[in-house]
Design a protein around this ligand. Structure first.
Ligand SMILES: Nc1ncnc2c1ncn2[C@@H]1O[C@H](COP(=O)(O)O)[C@@H](O)[C@H]1O
Ligand SMILES: Nc1nc2c(c(=O)[nH]1)N=C(COP(=O)(O)OP(=O)(O)O)CN2
Length: 171
C-alpha cells in the first residue's frame, strides 16, 4: 500500500528513513551513487523517492537536489549514523559553515519509532518536521510513518509546512 511502512520488520531488522541532499558537483549522480553505496554498506534499500529540486534553506547558495529513502537494517542507530558519516566523507564532504553548501548530506530521520537524544545522535531528526525539502520526498514513500515525538504522521507534518520551492526534478 503506498505510503505504508511497517517500522519493525522482524526480530532482526528495523526500518529507517534517510534524507539525502546535495548542492555541489553532480548532485543527481551523487545521490544515486550514495543510495547504492548505503545499500552495499549494511542497509537494504526498500523504497526511494524521486529526486526533487529545492530552494536552499539557510545562507544564499545553489539549489539542492533532495530525496528520501527507506532502508531495512540490522545495524544499530549509532552504526547507521557512522555509515552515513563515512558515506558523506567518501563523496568529498567537508564540514564548513552550518547550513552551507555540500556535496552530500545524509540525515537519519527515523529509526523505527525510537527516540534518542545524545550529543552525537538525535532521533527523530530534530528539524525534519519543519523542512519541506525533507517532508515532500518522505511523504512520497512513507506518508503514514508516525513521528514518535510530534505524534503526527509524515503526511500530517507536511500539511503544516510551506512547500513553495520544492519541485520534482522531472515533472
Ligand atoms: N539524526 C541525525 N542524523 C544525522 N546527523 C545527526 C543526527 N543527530 C545528530 N546528528 C549529528 O549531526 C552531525 C551532522 O550534522 P549535519 O550538519 O547534518 O551534517 C553529525 O556529526 C551527527 O553527530
Ligand atoms: N533546500 C535545502 N536546503 C538545505 C538543505 C537541504 O538538503 N536542502 N540542507 C541543509 C542542512 O544543513 P545542515 O546539515 O548544516 O544542518 P542540519 O544539521 O540542521 O541538518 C540546509 N539547507
Amino acid at each position: 500500500m503506498p505510503g505504508l511502512v511497517t517500522t519493525q520488520q522482524n526480530s532482526m531488522e528495523t526500518a529507517c528513513a534517510i534524507a539525502l541532499g546535495s548542492n555541489l558537483g553532480d548532485s543527481e549522480q551523487t545521490i544515486e551513487a550514495a543510495l547504492a553505496q548505503l545499500d552495499r554498506g549494511g542497509m537494504r534499500l526498500r523504497r526511494r523517492s524521486q529526486l526533487y529540486k529545492t530552494a536552499p534553506v539557510g545562507p544564499p547558495q545553489p539549489d539542492y537536489i533532495n530525496a528520501s529513502a527507506v532502508f531495512h537494517t540490522t545495524l544499530r542507530p549509532d552504526q547507521v549514523l557512522q555509515l552515513l558519516l563515512v558515506t558523506e566523507a567518501s563523496f568529498g564532504r567537508i564540514r564548513r559553515e552550518r547550513w552551507g553548501p555540500r556535496t552530500l548530506d545524509l540525515d537519519l530521520l527515523f529509526y523505527g519509532d525510537q527516540i534518542i537524544d545524545t550529543p552525537r545522535l538525535i532521533l527523530p531528526h530534530p528539524r525534519m518536521h519543519e523542512r519541506a525539502f525533507v517532508l515532500v520526498p518522505l511523504s512520497e514513500i512513507a506518508a503514514d510513518w508516525r513521528h514518535p515525538v510530534r505524534q503526527r504522521t509524515v503526511k500530517e507534518l507536511l500539511g503544516q509546512v510551506d512547500t513553495a520551492g520544492v519541485y520534482p526534478l522531472v515533472a
